[in-house]
Write a protein that binds this ligand. Structure first.
Ligand SMILES: NC(=O)c1ccc[n+]([C@@H]2O[C@H](COP(=O)([O-])OP(=O)(O)OC[C@H]3O[C@@H](n4cnc5c(N)ncnc54)[C@H](O)[C@@H]3O)[C@@H](O)[C@H]2O)c1
Length: 337
């Protein structure tokens, strides 16, 4: 039996992937999820078909080729990857195998069946520590850790496939992703500022500020936050973009184009959660640029994408999702120290 499925979402059980699945389904696209559930749970996939396997395993190309053919997939949104920077520094070989190897399997399978649309999850980590801190896609990528390197290599790989066999591809370089589209879809990973702070507040610990002597208006680092539901909408816009006769660009920064300092974020979180715990200032972390903010001009003009949700929405939705996860017994995923 041939299903009327068009889009494969790898990593569709994950934090961002589940939002992408929601966004595609809301636009009337059929979705099939491929995920090994290594950092996710089946519950997030809902009624969409889930094929559980490791994209970095030796049989991944064969399994994915079979699946893409069976469902006559017209496109792939490839989010499946490992994303812990510290872990990537400790285990670079494994990160390359997971992130680059997994993408290799996707490309081989897509080529084998002639599935020629791909949206790839890249990251602002490709920029490293850019001078000035406000970047656009013309800034020279210079990742400073293996995680960021695997994303840049991924961009090169899909561009090479575009040249070799006509793959139509777009890399979305996500900036700081936070919030939740629904309380059940919160971010279980304690890796970004919002969940780091919520986790510490829940444990009765003061939020940590890694340095308050940066050359920024309040001395704390400045980042660009995008609501995960807005980010998901960017994937739908990117797939539409690939239908144009001659897309002009293949990399897009996805950010709000606005800087938010650590202190501003802590104030927003204190207000949303009703807490008044004083933060504790500790040493700077190596590899933290003072400012990393996108202009986000290209995605607005080319994809017609705009962030619709602001900082208050990001924080309020993250907080209600955090509580919902605790009530559901979902444990936070904390990086190994
Ligand atoms: N969260 C962020 O702030 C952020 C920022 C920039 C880029 N990204 C990228 O976005 C993507 C999604 O990130 P996320 O935050 O949703 O993380 P996540 O860990 O919640 O999602 C990743 C998903 O991929 C699956 N997966 C991982 N390795 C796999 C493999 N080898 N085979 C099959 N499935 C596998 C996991 O089970 C999980 O469902 C990743 O590529 C990540 O690098 C995330």
């Amino acid at each position: 039996m041939v299903l009327a499925v068009t889009i494969i979402v790898t990593g569709g059980a994950g934090y961002i992937g589940a939002h992408v699945v929601d966004a595609l389904a809301a636009e009337g696209r059929d979705v099939v999820v491929v995920d090994d559930l290594s950092t996710a749970s089946e519950a997030r996939v809902g009624d969409h078909p889930l094929h559980r396997f490791d994209l970095a395993a030796p049989d991944a190309t064969a399994r994915l080729t079979q699946l893409l053919g069976d469902v006559r997939a017209t496109g792939v949104v490839h989010l499946a990857a490992k994303k812990q920077v510290g872990e990537s520094v400790a285990r670079p070989e494994w990160y390359y195998r997971q992130n680059v190897g997994g993408l290799g399997a996707v490309l081989e399978a897509a080529r084998a069946v002639g599935c020629d649309r791909l949206v790839f999850s890249s990251s602002a980590a490709v920029y490293g520590e850019p001078a000035g801190g406000v970047v656009d896609e013309d800034a020279r990528p210079d990742p400073i850790n293996p995680y960021g390197q695997t994303k840049l290599v991924g961009e090169w790989m899909i561009r090479a496939a575009a040249r070799a066999w006509g793959l139509r591809q777009v890399s979305l370089r996500y900036f700081n992703v936070a919030g939740a589209g629904r309380p059940e879809l919160g971010d279980p990973a304690v890796l970004n500022l919002v969940t780091l702070v919520l986790d510490r507040l829940e444990r009765g610990e003061a939020p940590l500020v890694f340095g308050d002597d940066y050359p920024t208006p309040d001395g704390t680092c400045v980042r660009d936050y995008v609501h995960v539901a807005d980010l998901a909408a960017a994937h739908v816009a990117a797939l539409d973009y690939l239908e144009r006769p001659a897309p002009a660009y293949d990399t897009f920064d996805v950010g709000a184009g606005q800087g938010v300092s650590v202190t501003q974020m802590l104030t927003a979180i204190a207000s949303a959660t009703g807490t008044s715990v004083l933060p504790q200032v500790v040493d700077r972390r190596p590899g933290d640029p003072a400012v990393l903010v996108a202009t986000a001009a290209r995605i607005r003009t080319e994809l017609g994408w705009e962030p619709r949700r602001g900082l208050d929405d990001i924080v309020a939705s993250a907080w209600s999702a955090w509580r919902a996860q605790r009530e559901a017994g979902v444990e936070p995923i904390r990086p190994a120290r």
